[in-house]
Design a protein around this ligand. Structure first.
Ligand code: KIV
Length: 260
């Protein structure tokens, strides 16, 4: 049975942890889906891991839709969430409706994710939800604000922690079906998780969230410098380099293709 946003809320109630991974193309999405990933996020981190940009800011809505459509074609079970990129939703709720609508209508996503918890973003979330677009929130370290926040852990002092908690509660009240908590102290993530009726998905936010997300390039060992909170499960970079070197050697010494 395909995963739905309602199912994620049910899983929080019964304490069933939610596994989320990012994907940027059909091949990766198919494998992650077949492995049983609950939610596949077409994160704007693809700007960095697949397109070679230094931050997530340059990726366009068109590029996100292109990659989301490829991912959606590879997925049978997981919930596909499209990250709305920088400046595709912050201008106005009308702009967000256009962008999110295209993610569902043209690219085949089942939900969108957007960053932040300002009053303007809360209004946008409420309007998207009102027209039937499921929204995943994202607070703590929000990479689209890298030029304000850097990549530092957020919510370290009492005031910052109280602000993130208030934002998370307001995002749930606005109708989001889940929320990413990125790079905040584990104690703060535990408090938010206990207070919210919707599932929290942590990344660098400790073990007490309802689910966990990692960037797939990091778990596969493809990233130049994975963040300290990522776990690298395999060395795909080494395997790819080795396979390419072996192919090059086989071509040069004419052992590939085999004769006869
Ligand atoms: O873009 C992304 O991959 C994300 C995750 C890190 C949550 O937003």
């Amino acid at each position: 049975m395909p995963v739905t946003s309602q199912k994620l809320r049910d899983w929080k109630q019964v304490g069933r942890p939610i596994a989320v991974l990012t994907a940027w193309d059909y091949a990766i999405a198919r494998l992650l889906d077949a492995a049983g990933t609950d939610v596949i996020l077409v994160g704007d981190s693809l700007a960095m891991v697949a397109l070679g940009y230094a931050t997530t800011l340059p990726v366009s809505l068109e590029a996100m839709l292109h990659h989301t459509a490829a991912v959606a074609r590879g997925v049978r079970q997981a919930l596909v969430v499209c990250d709305l990129p920088f400046l595709s939703y912050q201008e106005s709720p009308a702009q967000a409706i256009q962008s999110a609508g295209r993610a569902l209508k043209e690219a085949g996503a089942q939900a969108v994710k957007l960053e932040g918890g300002s009053p303007a973003i809360l209004e946008t979330i409420a309007k998207l939800v009102a027209i039937g677009i499921p929204v995943m929130g994202h607070v703590g370290l929000t990479p689209q604000s890298v030029h304000q926040l850097g990549y530092r852990q957020q919510g370290r002092d009492d005031m910052a922690a109280a602000r993130i908690l208030a934002e998370a509660i307001a995002i749930a009240d606005a109708g989001a079906f889940s929320i990413v908590l990125e790079h905040i102290p584990a104690t703060l993530a535990a408090t938010i998780t206990a207070k919210l009726p919707i599932p929290t998905i942590g990344i660098g936010a400790g073990p007490h969230c309802d689910g966990q997300v990692l960037v797939t390039a990091d778990i596969l060992g493809l990233a130049d410098k994975p963040p300290p909170f990522a776990r690298v499960y395999t060395d795909l970079r080494g395997s790819i380099e080795q396979a390419a070197q072996q192919f090059i050697a086989d071509v040069r010494d004419r052992t590939f293709p085999p004769s006869g």
